[in-house]
Design a protein around this ligand. Structure first.
Ligand code: ADP
Length: 492
């Protein structure tokens, strides 16, 4: 009987359960969206029970629809939206509050209050991160200070913290495992990425008791087994990785210098830097790419907040397209140098600017500019922002030699051509674009002994289509200079 690897891909807006064969081929999947809650301006929450039920029901659905039982599954791997923060009672399992989502800005004020360069430098040195509300640490601090009784219970050792991976593991194992992996730990702003341990000074800075924190494991490890009532039998949980790290793994970026960019709601460019944790002086993040058998591989990461979300804005707010994919045809039929620039700073600017107060503009409009130019400018902004990241990496001494891409926007050929033009490198799209789920399936397979090594996994990666630069150097430079000019207008 064939056996399968089951990937749980718990994203910001939906949960997916995807089955892969032991040859690393996608076999079947189920997906479910869940509600988003915005209780105040800048606050974003998920209901933990809805989140867990969406995972449970997609897993049960994909097994049922394919007439599979627990014994057909070699192992489960969990990949997840990163940084999102949950706290629950160790004894009853009851969460003390909704999940505070990575996008949530309620602790920005607290971050601003830490106005000491030495502390910021120390955070960067230890965690590779820029002090920002994005990461888990200040979210945990907020929960302990704002949920009645939480601080006392935490001090008494009765509360546990987890990012989504840890919360799902706790649910899957009926409270038997309280663990995370090194990639998720590296996004909490509490984990020393050099020493591979929770950092006492940072825990003190954010007033978080160490007893709340999960054990940190390799990405491929024995995380526990599912309680048998869930899937009519036990299934081992063998892998974990944050979504962007899992995508890097699924893109087989296993050697230093290999890079991927996932173009979804936002865009996340990650470059493998091997066993060196390089420190960026250009406001990029240093992060753990993966940890296998105790060996850490590091990456440099640049996050763009608005990529596909800008196209959603064209569809839902401006209502100038019916569906995201319409943007491709329109851009194809519009001249490239139309003079219109859309800087999508709807929620501020991410790397390398980190400017939360910037707001979006459309600039360069003339009497003959219209819908098509705005749509083209929206797509172009994704490529220009990628070039901003490439430039920041170059200033840190890191060259991108080619780029593997995935995510919903990677279906847009016009966009991939334009990214190749702006970055002056080859852009490659794989045949399996669900690289996040694939990456954690690879990790699960490594732990299950289905795959022997990352070298073997490299041979499984297939390019579906590649894009090479076509634009002239002068035209590229002209366009990019105009983009930089437009960005300078929105910076606060
Ligand atoms: P996420 O995982 O972040 O939810 P996905 O990887 O599923 O996102 O990608 C969805 C995003 O990609 C949406 O924001 C959508 O607007 C955008 N998108 C999807 N298809 C296209 C396309 N053909 N051209 C441009 N944007 C697209």
């Amino acid at each position: 009987m064939a056996k399968y690897l089951l990937s749980i891909d718990q994203g910001t807006t939906s949960s997916r359960a995807i089955l892969f064969t032991t040859q690393g081929e996608r076999y079947a999947s189920a997906q479910e969206e869940f509600p988003q809650y915005f209780p105040q301006d800048g606050w974003v929450e998920h209901n933990p029970n809805e989140l867990w039920q969406s995972v449970l029901s997609t897993c049960q659905k994909v097994l049922d629809e394919n007439q599979l039982s627990a014994s057909d599954i070699l192992g489960i791997g969990i990949t997840n939206q990163r940084e999102t923060t949950l706290v629950w009672d160790k004894n009853t399992g009851a969460v003390i509050y909704n999940a505070i989502v990575w996008q949530d800005r309620r602790t920005a004020f607290f971050c601003d209050s830490i106005d000491c360069q030495d502390i910021k430098n120390s955070i960067m040195d230890k965690t590779g991160l820029i002090l920002d509300a994005y990461f888990s640490a200040t979210k945990i601090n907020w929960l302990l200070d704002n949920v009645p009784g939480a601080r006392e219970k935490a001090d008494a050792g009765q509360l546990l913290f987890g990012t989504v991976d840890t919360f799902l593991l706790w649910q899957l194992t009926a409270g038997k495992s309280h663990k995370t992996d090194a990639t998720n730990a590296s996004r909490t702003m509490l984990f020393n990425i050099h020493q591979q341990c929770w950092d006492d000074e940072l825990l003190a800075l954010f007033s978080i008791p160490k007893s709340m924190l999960p054990d940190v494991m390799d990405c491929a490890a024995e995380f526990g087994v599912t309680q048998s009532s869930l899937f009519n039998g036990e299934i081992p949980i063998l892998a974990m990785a944050g979504d962007q790290q899992a995508a890097l793994f699924g893109q087989a970026c296993f050697t230093e210098g290999m890079a991927k960019c996932t173009y979804g709601t936002g865009a996340f460019l990650m470059l493998n830097t091997g066993n060196k944790a390089l420190k960026s002086t250009n406001r990029l993040l240093t992060t753990i790419a993966y940890r296998l058998n105790g060996d850490v591989t590091y990456a440099i990461e640049g996050s763009i907040f608005m990529a596909g979300a800008t196209i959603q804005w064209l569809r839902d707010q401006l209502k100038i397209i019916d569906k995201a994919s319409d943007s491709e045809k329109i851009a194809e039929n519009t001249v490239v140098e139309h003079g219109v620039f859309l800087v999508p700073a709807f929620t501020g600017l991410g790397a390398p600017y980190w400017d939360p107060n910037a707001r979006a503009v459309i600039s360069g409009l003339s009497r003959d500019s219209g819908r098509n130019e705005i749509i083209s400018a929206a797509l172009q902004s994704v490529a220009f922002q990628s070039k901003d990241l490439q430039n920041a990496m170059a200033k840190d001494g890191l060259a991108l030699s080619f780029l593997k891409v995935d995510g919903g926007m990677a279906e847009n050929n016009w966009l991939l051509n334009f990214i190749s033009d702006m970055l002056s490198i080859t852009v490659e799209r794989p045949d399996i674009v669900e690289t996040t789920a694939l990456g954690v399936a690879y990790l699960t397979g490594l732990q299950a002994g289905v795959f022997s090594s990352v070298d073997q996994l490299s041979t499984l990666w297939r390019c579906e289509k590649s894009f090479t630069p076509q634009i002239s150097e002068q035209k590229k430079n002209r366009l990019y200079a105009q983009w930089q000019n437009a960005v300078s207008k929105v910076q606060s």
